[in-house]
Design a protein around this ligand. Sequence first.
Ligand code: HPA
Length: 242
Amino acid sequence: MTKSSVSESIRVQDAEIAKVVLMPGDPLRAKHVAEHYLENPVCFNTVRNMLGFTGTYKGKQISVMGSGMGIPSMGLYATELFNQFDVDAIIRIGSTGALLDEVKMRDVVIAMAASTNSNYGAAFGMPGLLAPVADYGMLEQAVSAAKELGVSAKVGPVYTSDHFYYPTDVLNTKARELGHLCIEMETAGLYWTAAACHKKALSILTVSDHLYTGEALSAEDRQESFHEMMEVALETAWRCIK
Ligand code: HPA
């Protein structure tokens, strides 16, 4: 893979990066996850405040690092983690807006595939479109972990948008009509990057708002549903590490 700039965005200090990395959009979320879910977390990256930490969960090393918002940011960090730091698998943990009626507030969504209006994938040179899809083994582990934990998880296609503020309602309407469970901004970029780097990826999301009922979670409910997503993500990460 060719770099378009000489600068690297991850400069490891004091700690290794684990084989599996959890990636919330917000770097302060990464800090929260490290401090509340991992044992002995050590910060490995502070470049551009995109904080990354490595700690242990049930005896296995797991890292957590912010991805930033949108496909270009996710694509950049995921590429460096896979290609320069020998990471095997990335699990996006993030929030999403529900599109379908059967997707409820606080549901966990496991993204099987991601349609998108982004042109980022064109760079990979596949005639037609390279399909942004989850790693099946990770998806299977996440589904069984959710069942065992009693977490209500929906599995299906999501929509990854380049726009948070799209100028018309045509995007949401089409994405809903064509069966996408929810909308967010990073998953297609992660899945494309994993395919291009011959690595594995999965997005596990939590529904923070519903675009057709107008509901939005309160801060406390957000925390609770975030916790359910985290349990599924940590269990999936743990099972992915040999
Ligand atoms: N659009 C894009 N990303 C999101 C949304 C949304 O409505 N809600 C949460 N993440």
